[in-house]
Design a protein around this ligand. Structure first.
Ligand SMILES: [Zn+2]
Length: 239
């Protein structure tokens, strides 16, 4: 086979491998991201419950302050009732006392209701904290495995770059420029095999003369339709 063609095939394979590293790493990192997102979501849920508890506690404190006022007022009524004389005055005082007692009942009910809310939310937080701990442990485990996976990929990447550097330093500048010009638009399909007398870049059938040149492998042949570099399909690719 033509030496330049051989180099071009190898270079295009190395470039394909290089382009493949980023998606490979992204795929590995995605599992970790999903796990960390889950942990974050659980934490933000916890914060919502904590805000609800703070709110309920504030309302509870207000009700307790109100209750203290009412209880002082009720004590006052006992003193006042000894002083009032007329039936009208007694009736007015009784009415006021009744209202105060009703308000006391209401405040107590509110406090009980708020305490229940606080308890429920606290239970929810405890459950969430357990889930957060689980998610964190899971993320840690994933991180460990992906660290070694990424390390292996990085090692591979270093080797491929080294192989490419060596190859490029060995190649003719003219051939390299020719390749890079096609690669600009053809990307990873710059150098393609010919199968069943068709270019595997544009999938168009090539004429007999071009096909014969491809089979001979003496020259660098480009597709007459798209301009990609062509090579004869090798046995492994049939399998
Ligand atoms: Zn073509």
């Amino acid at each position: 086979m033509n030496k330049y063609l051989e180099q071009l095939i190898e270079l295009s394979n190395l470039d394909k491998e290089i382009d493949d590293f980023a998606p490979r790493i992204a795929k590995v990192e995605k599992a970790l991201k999903l796990s960390l997102d889950k942990e974050k979501e659980l934490k933000s849920q916890t914060e919502v419950f904590q805000a609800d508890i703070a709110d309920a506690k504030l309302k509870k404190a207000k009700n307790e302050a109100h209750l203290a006022e009412l209880s002082a007022k009720l004590k006052d009524f006992t003193k006042k009732s000894a002083l009032v004389k007329t039936a009208k005055e007694i009736k007015a005082l009784q009415l006021e006392e009744e209202i105060a007692k009703e308000q006391c009942d209401f405040a107590n009910e509110e406090i009980a209701r708020l305490e229940k809310i606080i308890e429920l939310k606290q239970n929810s937080i405890s459950a969430l904290q357990e889930k957060i701990a689980q998610a964190a442990a899971e993320a840690e485990k994933i991180k460990e495995t992906i660290d070694s996976q990424i390390q292996a990929i990085e090692e591979e990447r270093k080797n491929v770059y080294k192989a490419k550097d060596e190859l490029v330093s060995d190649m003719s500048h003219k051939i390299l420029t020719f390749y890079q010009k096609i690669r600009k638009w053809a990307g990873n399909s710059t150098v393609v095999p010919v199968k069943k007398q068709a270019c595997y870049g544009c999938f168009m059938r090539i004429n007999d003369k071009t096909y014969a040149s491809v089979l001979k492998q003496d020259d660098i042949v480009t597709c007459p339709h798209c301009g990609r570099i062509l090579y004869k399909e090798i046995e492994e690719e049939k399998a």
